[in-house]
Design a protein around this ligand. Structure first.
Ligand code: ADP
Length: 479
């Protein structure tokens, strides 16, 4: 890129390898490295949760806030694992055990709006020059947790341009209107083109209305978001801001998801290593030997992910000799339903929990990876599957539509297909897709070709990093 380096502050509630509950963390963790090659100097502002503070033992205090939502707070700075971190050390907001968003009863922390508004206020201070020698040109906020940053910055008069990325429109940062004053929202901004959402405060809406530019994590999701079926009440704002909205596809970290030398996978040395990994995975999940495909699922267990449809469609897979190994956690109802199915059916095995290393072994050892989501902004596990020759079976939605080339009568003879897609997102269409999977799997030549295509499909950050860099540069050039 021509010109000087662009300085970008990334404002995020999660970032690999420090704290992760979902794909946002993967993206926030990958961006700084991917963008460095494009002339972007990114620093990452993250809340000081206990897990994050573990990495900050040698950090420097670079900014002090005498009062931030009830107590003093500090901003710590350190370069850790290659990432320039700025961590908001505010124990009264972030030093809590367990899930970063949920209290022990699986309910949102009652003060979530304030916790992340605090993060955004600090982002605004940084945009206003709070740090010696480093003021960002662009503040890039992620999801509702970063949503108030563009609002505070717009109101403060700071020079920084702002970008908001929507990783999942389902989470909107809603709080009762009575909290608006505490959240430092001016009365004149409490309206539908400001921070108000049907009589309440929405941090996401604030970001959607006040950020200079909006992005989301795949081109198809960008289109979907402007439709009522997918926009979850925000489609009107997004239609209004159509010209400022852009879909930039996520990538995966191809050094971490690297089939030839994945340290978390013992047996995998080449695509041919899959048979060995599959054997290991079957043993690990206590699955018998069969002739059909071993399907894996790695997921949050929520309504979004279409797992109820999978339960309904499973007999078609099992009946054709296939198997399922699922790793996930989330809704108690879905967890119970899968555990009950596994107890009855020897070809279904379930592990409830979160296990990074196991997820690698599953991607390496599975024949196919299933992602039957009702909506999926981008989705990462299908890309992990592609890289390891683990054929994705995906719903035709969001980033799943943008990353998988479906096996069809048109693509098969041309040798282009990398996976299987199904639509509409129903149990019967999924059943059809699983039947197609078992048929394809039985055709060794066709299957090997799909695996090769999948492994050759680019899933890294190269082209998307260029798109983000171009976006930042266009904002700087316009200022
Ligand atoms: P979302 O962000 O909606 O959860 P994505 O597919 O974008 O979905 O990202 C999910 C990320 O979390 C992937 O990196 C996936 O491998 C990981 N993941 C999800 N559940 C688990 C789990 N139980 N154990 C290990 N990794 C998981």
């Amino acid at each position: 890129m021509a010109g000087r380096e662009v300085k970008v502050l990334s404002v995020t509630s999660e970032c690999v390898p420090f704290i992760k509950t979902g794909g946002l963390a993967d993206v926030a963790g990958a961006l700084p490295g991917a963008l460095a090659a494009e002339g972007v100097e990114m620093r990452t502002l993250l809340p000081g949760y206990p897990a994050v503070m573990e990495f900050m033992k040698d950090a420097e205090k670079v900014y002090e806030l005498k009062e931030l939502y009830g107590a003093a707070a500090w901003l710590l700075s350190a370069k850790v694992e290659g990432i320039e971190l700025l961590v908001l050390d505010a124990p009264h907001l972030f030093a809590r055990p367990g899930n970063i968003y949920l209290s022990s009863h699986n309910r949102d922390w009652a003060d979530n709006a304030e916790r992340f508004a605090a993060l955004c206020q600090v982002a605004c201070d940084i945009a206003g020059g709070a740090l010696d020698g480093w003021t960002p040109d662009v503040v890039h906020a992620h999801d509702w947790q970063g949503g108030m940053a563009p609002y505070y910055i717009a109101r403060s008069g700071a020079q920084a341009k702002t970008v908001l990325t929507i990783h999942n429109i389902a989470f909107q940062g809603i709080a009762p209107a009575i909290r608006a004053v505490a959240l430092d929202i001016a009365a004149e901004d409490f309206h539908a083109d400001g921070v108000e959402y049907w009589g309440q405060v929405s941090a996401l809406k604030a970001g959607l209305n006040y950020a200079d530019r909006l992005t989301t994590v795949s081109p198809t999701y960008a289109e979907e978001l402007m439709r009522p079926e997918f926009g979850m009440g925000m489609d009107g704002v997004l239609r209004r801001r159509r010209n400022d909205l852009q879909g930039i596809l996520n990538g995966i970290d191809t050094t971490v998801w690297s089939p030839e030398d994945d340290p978390m996978v013992q047996n995998y040395k080449s695509p041919r290593g899959k048979a060995k990994n599959k054997e290991g995975l079957r043993q690990e999940f206590d699955l018998p030997e069969t002739d059909g495909p071993l399907c894996v699922v790695i997921t949050r267990m929520t309504e979004q992910k279409g797992l109820d449809l999978l339960l309904e469609a499973l007999p078609a897979l099992i009946g054709a000799g296939g198997q399922l190994a699922l790793l996930g956690s989330g809704s108690a109802e879905l967890e119970q339903a899968f555990l009950a199915t596994a107890a009855d059916e020897p070809n279904v095995a379930v592990k409830i929990g979160y296990d990074e290393a196991l997820s690698h072994r599953m991607v390496a050892g599975g024949d196919a990876i299933l992602v039957p989501s009702r909506f999926e902004p981008c989705g990462l596990t299908q890309m992990m599957g592609l890289r390891y020759g683990t054929v994705p079976v995906v719903a035709l939605t969001g980033g799943l539509a943008d990353t998988v080339i479906p096996a069809t009568p048109a693509t098969m003879p041309k040798g282009l297909a990398t996976g299987i897609q199904f639509a509409p997102v129903t149990a019967s269409a999924l059943t059809g897709a699983l039947t197609k999977l078992t048929t394809l799997y039985a055709d060794q030549k066709a299957w090997a070709k799909i695996q090769r295509n999948a492994m050759a499909h680019p899933v890294g950050w190269d082209s998307s990093a260029k798109e983000y860099a171009a976006l930042y540069q266009s904002l700087v050039d316009a200022s």
